[in-house]
Design a binder for this molecule. Sequence first.
Ligand SMILES: [Zn+2]
Length: 275
Amino acid sequence: MVASKKPTEVRIAGGKLPPIPLPTNCPGCGVGLDHEELRRHTYVCECGHHFRLGGDAWIALIADRGSWKERYGDVRSHDLLNWKVPKPYQETLEQLRDEGLNEAVRTGTCTLGGRAVWLAVFDFRFVGGTLSIVAGERLARGMEQAAASGLPYVLVSASGGARMQEGVLALMQMAKVNAAVGRLDAARVPFFSVLTDPTFGGTAASLALLADINIAEPGAAIGFTGPRVIKQATYADLPAGFQSADFQLARGQVDMVVARPELRRLLAHLLEIYP
Ligand SMILES: [Zn+2]
């Protein structure tokens, strides 16, 4: 006789999402938005439009309530190249910090459905979620800790690519984080990547598409260079839906497209089935 297996209870409710700036009407369907209602639905409109979330909202959505412990938040970016265009880089950094944003990547530990994980989230509001020296350092350090301790690694991306204000030093982060991904793999530690709108450039070309399972949000634009630049360079007519999540799914670049209200449940399930 086979004993009935009671499904493992998964706490699905993360913390309450913070308010985010929203338009009056949904850009997907044009309907007037009830901001509180939308917040309860993880900022996904009934028509399926997924509004962009900042790093704090992603942490609240994914981490079990009260479990988030930020790590390496005191590792800060500086203007090493004396970058002045379009405006002084140091000024940009200080202005964003005054607005309460820390960096384009925040990383730490939390539990998800009761299981301890490392979590890293990009924040598009900080210089377009660009991969900087500090972002790369936080990502790589977290991965090394995850590999050493055997904790799964969950990544949420929203990024324009490598940060031009840090030049080749930012590009080097692609190699650095990829080496850290290799350490996760060598340690047999699961790595799950969630690609949100937009994930481009050096971020898509490095860690965001190198996970054991790459999960895209519906409607997310994912690619290396944007369609406008590709069109200018190739004079080609690009296919409908070029670089959308579904387009990338059909071509095997991502493994699944999952609506945001289902994401926590999916990640909790993946954490259970991966050894
Ligand atoms: Zn809508």
